[in-house]
Design a protein around this ligand. Structure first.
Ligand SMILES: [Zn+2]
Length: 250
């Protein structure tokens, strides 16, 4: 039903993207380059809807996972309006949108279980970072020799953590982002798991599109660590701009 309704956007050109919700769109970087492209198909794989976008002769597919309460609204109309309890909509629930030359496609989800990901990650998406238990978290990390920052960002290890959230989790856990996963003791892995949950829980309670404390307050030159005031270090770790405290993150 979602697919049929969304097929209306085939042939439309993308003029803008709203992908600011870090829980629903953990890695927004893949979406932004699609502005200027055209929707050439809308597919369905199980519960996942794929929006195929052609840009500069290359096709990219945006996967929309609806979760328990997500739904698509095209130009203000939802195909399951009559089935949805309440059938109401609230712009605060709008977690993702594609703006077109001829309208908009909005992903609305009051509970934020929906996810928007790249189809390139479809085959090997790891378990969802928000709902993973401690044992599975430890198993996903075990045996890896990459930097802990790179491992937490790797969507095939854990799905759902973006660059800024990982920096915040590492800061709360007192872990240097450059440290090898293999060097982490059990207490540290437990702290990382706990803080992953805590950061995502807090984002959820705030609603909207907060990108995390570290994103808002600290991602600028000369910012001081919220724990001890030490000027933060900045470097490229795991291919991404990374901020950390050289004093308490060891
Ligand atoms: Zn510090």
């Amino acid at each position: 039903m979602f697919r049929r309704a969304s097929a209306a956007v085939i042939g439309w050109r993308i003029t803008g993207v709203d992908a600011d919700d870090p829980i629903v769109v953990p890695v927004p970087e893949f979406v932004h380059p699609l502005v200027g492209g055209w929707v050439v198909d809308v597919t369905r794989h199980g519960k996942v809807m794929g929006i195929v976008v052609r840009r500069q002769r290359r096709d990219e597919t945006i996967d929309v996972h609806f979760g328990m309460s997500g739904r698509v609204i095209v130009n203000g109309r939802s195909p399951i309006e009559e089935l949805a309890y309440g059938a109401s909509d609230d712009t605060r629930w709008h977690r993702f949108a594609l703006r077109f030359d001829r309208g908009t496609l909005v992903l609305s989800d009051p509970r934020r279980f929906a996810r928007v990901t790249s189809a390139r990650d479809r085959a090997d998406l790891g378990p969802d970072a928000w709902s993973i238990d401690r044992r599975t978290f430890r198993e996903r990390l075990s045996g890896r020799r990459t930097a802990v920052k790179a491992a937490l960002l790797d969507q095939s290890v854990l799905a759902g953590l973006g660059n800024m959230l990982v920096d915040e989790i590492l800061m709360k856990s007192g872990v240097d982002p450059r440290r090898s996963v293999a060097s982490l003791d059990e207490a540290t892995v437990t702290a990382l798991h706990r803080n992953t949950r805590a950061v995502l829980d807090r984002l959820w309670k705030r609603g909207g599109s907060h990108a995390g404390d570290l994103a808002v307050e600290l991602r600028r030159p000369g910012a001081g660590c919220p724990v001890d005031g030490t000027p933060l270090a900045r470097a490229n770790v795991g291919g991404r701009t990374t901020f950390w405290c050289p004093k308490h993150q060891v």
